[in-house]
Every structure is written in C-alpha cells, then in structure tokens.
Design a binder for this molecule. Structure first.
Ligand SMILES: Cc1cc2nc3c(=O)[nH]c(=O)nc-3n(C[C@H](O)[C@H](O)[C@H](O)COP(=O)(O)OP(=O)(O)OC[C@H]3O[C@@H](n4cnc5c(N)ncnc54)[C@H](O)[C@@H]3O)c2cc1C
Length: 431
C-alpha cells in the first residue's frame, strides 16, 4: 500500500512539475470540508497576476476542480508596461488583457467585487447581491494606499496628483498631465517608503518621463523626493540616467531632505523636511498596504500585509484561506507581478496536493524585474528562492543584477528582453 501511495505522489509531483493536468484517478483522497468528494470548489478573488495565475494552474493541475475567479474588471490593465505608456513608448491596448482564455479553460469568471466574506460559513457576498460558497479561498487583491500619512493627502487628491500605481485611468491621467505641462516645467515624483509594489517601478517611471521630456520638452526637469535612503538597482539607474539624460533627473534621499511631510494638491506643492517644492505635475505615490478586502477579512497584521505560511501561502490568520501576490508577506521576494504569478502556481500545486491527501511541496519561487531606462537601454534583477521550513530564502548566486560595465549593445539586448519578458509573463497569466 505504501508503495502505491509513493508512486501516486511521485506521479502527481511529476505532472505538477511539468505543468500538465493531473488525472482524477490520482486525486482520490478527498478534499477539505468534505472527505467524500474527490473534487472541490476553489474560489480565487482578484484577477491580477497572482489570482489569474492561480486559477489557470488549479485548472491545469486538476481539470475536475470547480474554479471560480472573481474580478470586477472585464479587462485587466497591467502595471508592468504602464510606465512605457506614460513615456509615450506603448499604447494602452498593448497592456490590456481579457479573461477569455480563463473562460475557455473552464474557469467560471464572475465580474463583480467581493463585498465581504463569512469565513465560518465559507460564503462570499458579492457587491451585486449574489453569494458564492467555497471549499478553499485564494485571495489576491493587490494593494491599497495608506492615505493620510502626510498632511493634505487623501484619496480625494488622486485626480489632481495621480499616483498611477494601479494601472488604467490613473496611467492615462498622469500621461496626459505630463504631455500638457509647460516646455520648461517640473515633474515631481514622491517615491513611497518600503514595502511597496514594484521596488524599481518609481525609478523606471522617472526614466520614461525623462525620455519623454528629452523628445518633447527639452527644458523640463524631474525631481524625485524619496521617502527612503536607497532604492532597487540604484547604481545601475543612476549610471543609466547620467548616460541617457545628463542632469535632468534629480533624486533627493530622505536623509537629504527628500522626505515629504505634506502636499497641497491644488497649488501643486510638496512640503519636505528640507523645504517646499512646487511642480507642474505631481506624481504622489502613497505608502501601501494589502488590498482593502484583506484588511476587512482580518487577514493582515500590524504591517498592513498578510502573514502566510511561505511554503503553501495558507493564511496564518484564517483556515482554508490563502493569500498570494502583493498582499502577502512573501519577503525576501519583492512585491512584483512575476512574484505574484510564481505564488499562483505554487498555491495551486499545493492545494491540488492537499486535496489529494498529499503533503505540501517546497517549490522554488522565481522573480525577475526588468526596467527600461530608455527604449534601447534595459537593466534587470533576478532571483531564485527556496522554501526552507516554511520560509522563503534567496538562493545564493542563483540570480543577480545587470553588469555595471555592460556595453550599449548589451543594454539594448536587455531592453529587448524586457519586452520579451512582458509578452511571455502576460501570455503565461492571461493566455
Ligand atoms: C508602475 C508599475 C510598474 C510595474 N512593473 C512591474 C514589472 O516590470 N515587473 C513585475 O513583475 N511587476 C511590476 N509591477 C508590480 C505588479 O504590477 C504587481 O506586483 C502585481 O500586479 C501584483 O499582483 P497581484 O495579483 O498581487 O495584484 P493585482 O495585479 O493588482 O491584482 C489584484 C486584483 O484584485 C482585484 N480586487 C481587489 N479587491 C477586490 C475585491 N474586493 N473583489 C474582487 N476583486 C478585487 C483588483 O481589481 C485587481 O484586478 C509594477 C507595478 C507598478 C505600479
């Protein structure tokens, strides 16, 4: 008997590793909540990088599972690539994806917002009035903002000083403000404190704004007021800025007076510990926390994010609920689309195994963050992670950042890889 069990587990793992469907003959051990059922109903909330990936891989690993994806938006606009739109290097259509492939795969997609979840009854209340029950629930709601952290900031100012940290309308608003600013105008970005979604994101955005200025507003300037003293790929960004844009981008660290303490959205003034800065466009990126639903469900801790078992992504707060993507505490992994997609595969594999009565696997996570400094100048950081005793750990020497002394041709190749990465990850998640 033990031999049969070992064989089944090995077969399951092989199939999961190969990313193919697991035959239902191997999934006979029942599921949480109902030992007699071989299948169950898994609900995934949030159709971004994490949730769409989880739904796809659940169905791929066990086509007999009933999988429901709940996402209010009919089309998802990715944050990756949104800086290119702001810089005039991509169109919104390029970064917009549908849920057609998920539907074709047999995933039930409900376009609605989850209003509340009764985790005792395992019942989800939708804003539209319907309710949905689950055996297991995967929550991937992304981030929300900690407004009111500085004087004058509230969600009311986002139309005047767009954050563009959730892609879509906000991306277009910021792009249009940049295009409308005076020839010799000043664009001020307030970069957020840690932890936040996409550590290199503000600095790629600064690069794309500077690129736009170099083409259309040669006398304009860009000032980054930072709530931190250092940032991701800093040396590479600074070298790239100097090589591509001279002194156009000025970065002021927190310790040098860059820390914003107040904002006047009407007068377009940012108050810092050093003094006041007046701009023509203000891109205020607020401090962040897990998406509001995670807060409302009681999945977060005092950090504002959700503690999870980093091997399975099971919530440490609520049984049969899993949290992935930006909302989860998956450090040392950064909050990125690539990380979220990686969590999606792992949570799917472990739920399928658990429902087959098999122990969890300690799968490897992967992350890559490419950034365009100019359309023909790319840089990257990559890492592989092991899970050891329920904790994610970076594998030494398995990743790294682009070389400091790369040739222009190598930077151009990395820019091509950046666009290639975008096509492959979005195909993997929404294709
Ligand atoms: C400017 C910028 C550039 C970036 N560039 C990169 C990059 O180059 N590479 C990279 O890997 N990452 C990048 N990122 C980060 C990436 O966008 C996020 O890390 C990723 O989107 C996280 O995925 P997620 O599933 O956690 O959240 P999201 O993708 O934000 O998805 C969350 C989804 O949940 C839905 N939702 C929220 N609440 C509810 C509710 N109550 N009911 C139903 N649905 C709900 C939302 O509508 C949303 O669609 C960038 C981010 C920014 C801001």
């Amino acid at each position: 008997m033990q031999g049969t069990m070992d064989f089944q587990r090995r077969s399951l793992l092989k199939l999961i590793a190969a990313g193919v469907a697991v035959p239902s003959s191997l999934l006979t051990a029942g599921c949480a909540g109902d030992g007699s059922k071989k299948n169950g109903h898994i609900v995934v909330v949030g159709g971004g990088f994490g949730g769409s990936s989880a739904a796809k891989y659940l169905k791929r690993y066990n086509p007999d599972l009933a999988v429901t994806l709940i996402e209010p938006k009919k089309e998802y606009v990715t944050c990756p690539g949104s800086n290119w739109v702001i810089g005039g290097e991509a169109e919104m259509t390029t970064i917009t994806h549908t849920y057609d492939a998920a539907k074709q795969r047999g995933i039930e997609v409900i376009h609605d917002r989850v209003a509340s979840v009764n985790t005792d009854a395992k019942s989800i209340q939708l804003a539209g009035g319907e309710s949905v029950v689950y055996d297991k629930l995967i929550v991937s709601p992304g981030i929300d903002f900690k407004w009111n952290e500085i004087e004058g900031a509230s969600s009311d100012i986002e139309a005047k000083t767009p954050h563009a940290w959730k892609a879509g309308e906000q991306t277009l608003l910021l792009r249009d403000q940049l295009q409308a600013m005076p020839e010799d105008g000043t664009f001020i970005m307030v970069a957020p404190p840690n932890p936040f979604r996409c550590p290199p994101g503000p600095y790629e955005r600064a690069s794309m704004v500077a690129h736009y200025m170099s083409q259309h507003k040669p006398k304009a300037e860009l000032l980054i007021l930072d709530q931190k003293n250092k940032f991701s790929k800093q040396a590479l960004f600074m070298k790239g800025w100097e090589e591509n844009y001279g002194a156009r981008i000025q970065w002021i660290a927190k310790m040098d007076g860059g820390e914003a303490v107040g904002i006047d959205a009407d007068r377009k003034v940012v108050e810092t510990t050093f003094g006041n800065f007046e701009g023509d466009v203000i891109n205020y990126i607020p401090p962040q926390k897990a998406g509001q639903l995670a807060q409302d469900m009681g999945l977060t801790d005092e950090s504002g994010f959700c503690p999870v078992d980093q091997q399975t992504f099971a919530s440490k707060q609520i049984e049969d609920v899993y949290v992935i993507g930006d909302a989860a505490i998956a450090s040392p992994m950064p909050k990125s689309g690539h990380s979220a997609a990686s969590h999606g595969k792992i949570v799917a594999a472990n739920i399928v195994l658990e429902m087959a009565g098999e122990p969890a696997i300690a799968a490897k996570n992967v992350n890559t963050c490419y950034s365009l400094i100019a359309p023909d100048y790319g840089i990257s950081v990559a890492a592989v992670y092991n899970t050891v005793e329920g904790n994610i750990q970076e594998v030494e020497a398995a990743g790294g950042v682009s070389k400091m002394d790369a040739t222009r041709r190598e930077r151009e190749l990395e820019a091509n890889y950046t666009r290639g990465w975008y096509r492959s990850i979005t195909d993997e998640v929404w294709g």
